[in-house]
Design a protein around this ligand. Structure first.
Ligand code: ADP
Length: 471
């Protein structure tokens, strides 16, 4: 069933949200840029105005010092300077040495001399207010007490320039802001199109038909990465489903054989009246098949649990040497009966953090297999050592048995995989190819590793590495 499509309100769609974000960002950027240009221009024009005032004040001071030692001539010169720049509202002021008293001021001068010093330009003070700026020079002229001369200008002309620029830039900014939603819509359209392809492709996917893959455009952007990740995930799901299908088919197949055997024993016993010996024999073989069935069902449950069940906490400190020596004791009669020498090599005392029962099963499965696949007069040796460098317990179960063909080695841990059913020694209980899968599950549960080295006709060595319990 396809994923139910929830009706989305238009303003919640990705397209509209991207468009709105784009518009908002453009609005902030344009308004910010306009404000920055205005402030930058104001700073530059004021600085330039201060430089010009400074030059003019210097020129005036030089002229007064050199040519006009007379009071009236000085005023005339200052008046001329102010009149020369009256179009920009310039004024000139003659101040007493303490700068408090105005001795003379040109017509456009502010009421009071400016009293706030903003900065120093080339070593000379620049006096500022909200509406004026002026630059001063100190003069000593023979015959006249020391005085200051200030040349100033109102800032309204600079503000006028800035307003003019704003009037030109504002319509442009407005156009950009008005066009921003269109640009946002176009951009979001471009960004969303590959997403829509992904949505269309995923709609076609079915659990039973997982061969469909999402298209990638080969540009390696985030959407390609997303499609790649989803494809990878689909590969994993498909592989998982394939394994599960095989597992169910194999399990059904394995369950069918003992059930068929049980059914035929029951049918044979019901067929006609039989002697007590014959009934005994039939019941014996039925019980044998039931035992096999129970073992198989238990193993299947164990494997399913290890895959889907919650990982059990590994809290017990298990002395692995104890588990191994008990297993060797248990298998001694079986080995003797099979004519195989079961030898315990050095067994270091090691403790691992885990669950005793599954660890016992791991060790017995490996020893059981080693005896099962070793002809009489062969040898099975078990060794347990401590790898302090890697902080691991190392268990080795080696046999001089029939070995495993190299092409089968990578598959022997798969569920139900058996190299060749006819290989197990006659008289041994028949296997079902689940033992090593269970061993691997137990080792993984204990955060360890299980590996095998084997040569056909020479023997096999199974190596288990488990982390040591911390002291
Ligand atoms: P089975 O129930 O058949 O023993 P396992 O999962 O324990 O299933 O083993 C899978 C297969 O691996 C076996 O069928 C056998 O062919 C091979 N195998 C396992 N252990 C050994 C061994 N020690 N020597 C040779 N072959 C082995």
């Amino acid at each position: 069933m396809p994923f139910p499509r929830v009706p989305t309100r238009w303003f919640r769609t990705l397209r509209v949200r991207l468009t709105m974000w784009h518009t908002l960002v453009m609005l902030i950027a344009v308004v910010g840029a306009l404000a920055a240009v205005r402030e930058g221009l104001r700073f530059y024009l004021l600085l330039e105005s201060d430089v010009v005032l400074n030059d003019e004040a210097k020129e005036l001071a030089l002229a007064i010092r050199r040519w006009y030692p007379n009071h009236d001539q000085i005023i005339a010169e200052m008046e001329q300077k102010a009149a020369g720049h009256s179009d920009r509202g310039w004024h000139v002021r003659w101040l007493s040495p303490d700068r408090r008293e105005t001795i003379w001021a040109s017509s456009l001068s502010p009421q009071e001399p400016l009293s706030q010093v903003a900065l120093s330009l080339q070593g000379h003070k620049v006096w500022v207010s909200d509406q004026y700026r002026s630059v001063e020079r100190r003069l000593e002229v023979p015959g006249i007490p020391e005085f200051y001369v200030r040349v100033g200008t109102p800032t309204q002309f600079i503000e006028g320039d800035i307003t003019r620029l704003t009037r030109i830039a504002a319509p442009v900014a407005l156009c950009i802001i008005l066009l921003a939603p269109l640009g946002g819509f176009f951009l979001s359209e471009q960004a969303i199109r590959p997403l829509q392809q992904i949505i269309h492709s995923t709609v076609r996917l079915r659990p039973s038909q997982l061969d469909e893959r999402l298209p990638t455009r080969g540009v390696g952007d985030e959407l390609d990465q997303l499609a790649g990740q989803i494809n990878h995930f689909l590969d994993q799901i498909a592989e998982h489903l394939r394994k599960n299908r095989d597992f169910v088919a194999n399990a059904a197949h394995e369950l069918r054989s003992p059930l068929t055997a049980i059914l035929s024993s029951v049918e044979v016993s019901l067929d006609k009246r039989r002697s007590p010996e014959e009934y005994e024999e039939l019941l014996f073989s039925t019980a044998e098949e039931c035992r096999h069935l129970t073992q198989l069902v238990n193993q299947l449950l164990q494997l399913t649990e290890s895959e889907t069940g919650e990982a059990r906490p590994l809290t017990e400190a298990v002395p692995l040497d104890d588990v191994v020596s008990r297993a060797i004791e248990m298998f001694a009669p079986v080995a003797e009966e099979s004519g195989v020498t079961l030898a315990a090599g050095s067994l270091d005392s090691v403790v691992v953090q885990g669950d005793r029962q599954p660890l016992r099963q791991l060790v017995t499965n490996l020893i059981d297999n080693a005896i099962k696949f070793t002809p009489s007069l062969g040898r099975v040796s078990v060794r347990l050592s401590k790898d302090s460098h890697h902080h691991e317990a190392v268990l080795m179960v080696a046999d001089t048995g029939i070995g495993i063909p190299s092409e089968d080695l990578p598959r022997i841990f798969e569920r139900f995989y058996q190299v060749d059913r006819s290989r197990s020694r006659l008289g041994n209980p028949r296997g079902n190819g689940l033992g090593l899968s269970i061993c691997e599950a137990i080792v993984h549960q204990h955060r360890g590793t299980l590996s095998v080295e084997s040569h056909l006709g020479e023997g096999s060595t199974f190596i288990v590495r488990l982390p040591l319990a911390s002291a």
